[in-house]
Ligand binder design. Structure first.
Ligand code: ATP
Ligand code: BTN
Length: 239
């Protein structure tokens, strides 16, 4: 069942269950104003990039924001990542960005961001944040949740409210001062100075992560040679 309400002026569509909030958001993107948010209690087919599955049982925050910026910009993922980092900080959790689209705490993934869209029409900023949801056995070594980190169940509604507030703030920064957005991304990107491997299909490139450039790409030092890795469907592994 669909319920609609507003928090601080934002229209929120609440669903008990959906395949993916990103998919749902796409189907309504044309009819709703920018800023409309879709939140589901659980997703039956939550997705990461390249169709990888995203585990989304009840207790987590699974949401998509419909945005209508001038163009589909991969840097919108950073708007989401910084808003997650700030939200976690509000609950006493210190986190960092793992370029290009994850938020990690103590070597584990707590949140993933998925930006999709149609040029000239809309962008969907999908955010998955593990709050009180159980982490399945097979992800235990690589994933964590706010509940696991704090040892207490968190008020999901408060987490959503904070996240929406920070999203609003960082989206404005993105539109008006993208340079400031990227400066903050650099500050929060914990892989800088570290050895990483970029995986692009069958190709693997290893080097030291040097910088995140203003267009969102990653600058790698490969044995003294600089290479720019464009944000796309590349994956990144820490050594
Ligand atoms: P990259 O390092 O490039 O981001 P990734 O392995 O994190 O790659 P993504 O497509 O970004 O891949 O994210 C999907 C992956 O996230 C899944 O393959 C799974 O390993 C992991 N995952 C799925 N559900 C969750 C969850 N609820 N919390 C944390 N991690 C999850
Ligand atoms: C990733 O780590 O690759 C991104 C994961 C994104 C998950 C969120 S949950 C809400 C939205 N709906 C989806 O199907 N995916 C995103």
């Amino acid at each position: 069942m669909e319920k609609t309400e507003r928090i601080t002026g934002v229209r929120i569509i609440r669903l008990d269950e959906v395949d993916s909030t990103n998919e749902y958001a796409k189907t309504i993107a044309h009819e709703v104003p920018e800023g409309t948010v879709v939140v589901a209690k659980r997703q039956t087919a939550g997705r990461g990039r390249k169709g990888r599955s995203w585990t989304s049982p009840e207790g987590g925050l699974w949401m998509s924001v419909i945005m209508k910026p001038p163009r589909v910009d991969p840097r919108l993922a950073f708007v989401g990542a910084l808003a997650v980092v700030d939200t976690l900080a509000d609950f006493g959790i210190f986190s960092g960005i793992k370029w290009p689209n994850d938020v990690w705490v103590n070597g584990r993934k707590i949140s993933g961001i998925l930006v999709e869209g149609k040029a000239g029409e809309y962008s969907i900023l999908g955010i998955g944040l593990n709050v009180n949801n159980p982490i399945p056995e097979e992800l235990r070594n690589n994933a964590t949740s706010m509940m696991e980190l704090t040892g207490a169940k968190l008020p999901l509604e408060e987490v959503l409210k904070k996240l929406l507030m920070h999203l609003d703030g960082w989206y404005r920064v993105f539109l008006e001062r993208p340079d400031l957005l990227m400066a903050k991304v650099r500050e929060k990107t914990f892989i800088l100075g570290k050895p990483v491997t970029v995986i692009e299909g069958e190709k693997r490139i290893s080097g030291t992560a040097l910088d995140v450039l203003d267009d969102g790409s990653l600058l790698l030092d490969i044995g003294g040679q600089l290479k720019r890795i464009v944000y796309g469907d590349v994956s990144l592994r820490l050594f």
